[in-house]
Design a protein. Structure first.
Lengths: 198, 198, 198, 198
DNA sequence: TATGAATGAGGATTCATTCAT
DNA sequence: AATGAATGAATCCTCATTCAT
């Protein structure tokens, strides 16, 4: 009787080890052996559960985005009204569960690689579109159409900029700071909308 | 006697070739041979003018930041008043000379590598501090102290986020879009300052 | 599960291949690839079992000295009395098992490298001290103190000189010749001791 | 008017630089550039005055042996009688002018390389034959034929062994020690001859 | 004569991947 | 399912040699 779900266990094990390894050594110095060692497994195992290193990396990025998505969906579900939904988007992005050094680091590494690796590029585009959509929808409820689009774009840019900044581990920019920064921008943008509406 | 003054010529040649190569293949697939080939030189020459690949990469990033700095200094020199200076900072960041695909791509690759390479990390910190300082100074002239600091931080994040976005080559985000996005945010922030002041 | 216990087999295989390669091409033209080829293995394997080429070379020298030591220990164990022990030292040095062209050649190459490679220098010093100690002890039993020391020194020098000579592959100097040469010197020195004692 | 003898000046300059470089870095880490730098010249110069690196090395060894030969010839010329000639051979080998660390080091490096480089092998054989001849001739005057041959061989071995030992820079074996060691052996051998003759 | 820039072959080493066990 | 030994292509780097100046 084979252990049930062993496949999933191993896959998660390796994906988590990948995040830690990328965070610690950088993507360029992330080797299959280091990942396996971090996971406490042998090097050969990676090819049992993934189609090679590239696949493992892509699956890792997919897992990161999926975790973010699940968190966001839960928050949106609990949010009432456009402003609450907007805050939910920002909170999901900078919640402690997502905004850990190892994850932010990995995220940046994948972003830099995305233009050169189709599989990563696809994931990146999905994320970008999703984020913009998640911002535009509630913004349209409270702002004129063009302002909604522009605000979604600038908020999205600021979100990514905060991740970028946080990935540098200067220690002066954590999730709380990022949330404050983006919420402040949101408030400003909504204020303008209110004025224009009023 | 061999040709004199080739040092600068070759170094610039190789640095430019590095940008193009990183843009085209990604940092992970940027090899000394590819750089040399792009420059129309032999592989050995790289070690004649730089202390190996790592040094060439660091010098390339330094050159990028230096070019940006020089452009910015020129614009600041011509700017009159705090608002003009703020616009100068944004314009320098998104001017066509700086905001080309190959350069943006390279910039992102270095940013992702910076946490793992001391030489790159130093350059990144210099840039970060400089950008914040260049934003804070004029902002302090038109906003209350705490608002100036917060606005500088959020503007800086948005600038980096725009670079990040542009590096993805989706073709829907160029320098003009980035400039519009950040100028819009600046206007909002200044508007608030004016209200509070008034 | 992969084969167990290959470590020792492979290490010996590579060390022996190193001796042959150094003998055939000289240390300067001994490449990892040639060693691997001689061993019938791939180049990568060397770094699997040794910490690079330098380590393999050092381990090879260590193995040579260890083999010599083991042979000597066995002979000393069987030797009865100072003169037998002295002969044992010489016989061990020039026994066919130690005094083969490939080994002598390798030995000389390492000796020349020893002043420039700490790991080899250490091994060389161990050998030198050991040889002197092994000669002095029995000599002290049959000669005055100062004569014992002087004789040990000159015998050691002659031993090394014989190796040096044999490494040249002129074909006119084999283990038997070396043994005769050094035994002759020993007899002379002992003769003097006897006279002086008498 | 070209400088007279510039050729010889440069050649000696480079040969001396070669000795120093080999002594300092070992033959394996002796590069044309290092030699040129030590000589205060450019790398290209080596190919003006020598047929490449190999030729420079061979010429360096030749120069070493030639210096030794000239010194020996002078001493033999001044020597009166077989015993004086024998002492002259030993003194020439261990005179301060020959027995310097840099020279001994270089000598050993060449010895190790000789079996693999025809040009060096030839020089080594010339030296070996010459030394044996220089020892045998006077020994034949004071010893029976077979003893003369055997003593020449063992003295030659001891001489080489002393060089080998001295090349290790343990600091406990200089020219004086080597001379004492070999003179002691000579005295012993001659003593036997005398006894047998008497 | 002399330089040192430039070349490119060859070296050690790394690493994703395969496969016998 | 799992291991880790083994491979060999690919990378960075060194260095003897050439050559325009």
């Amino acid at each position: 009787m084979p252990k049930l779900g062993m496949q999933d266990v191993r896959r998660r094990q390796l994906i988590e080890a990948t995040c830690i390894t990328v965070h610690r050594y950088g993507l360029g110095d992330t080797t299959v052996q280091r990942i396996a060692q971090e996971a406490g497994l042998s090097t050969g195992i990676v090819h049992h559960y993934f189609n090679g290193k590239g696949d493992l990396l892509a699956q890792t990025m997919r897992a990161l985005l999926e975790d973010l998505r699940l968190d966001l969906v839960a928050r949106l579900h609990a949010a009432d009204g456009p402003q609450a939904r907007l805050r939910a988007v920002l909170q999901a992005n900078f919640a402690p569960s997502q905004f850990q050094p190892a994850l932010v680091s990995t995220w940046l590494a994948f972003w830099a690689e995305a233009p050169h690796v189709p599989a990563l590029g696809r994931l990146r585009r999905i994320y970008t579109r999703r984020t913009l959509a998640n911002l535009r929808a509630p913004l349209r409820a409270v702002l004129p159409a063009d302002a909604a689009v522009r605000t979604a774009t600038s908020l999205a840019a600021m979100i990514d900029g905060c991740w970028l900044r946080a990935a540098q581990a200067d220690g002066d920019f954590d999730g709380a700071a990022a949330l404050a920064c983006t919420l402040d921008h949101l408030e400003l943008a909504l204020g303008r909308g209110a004025v224009r509406r009023g």
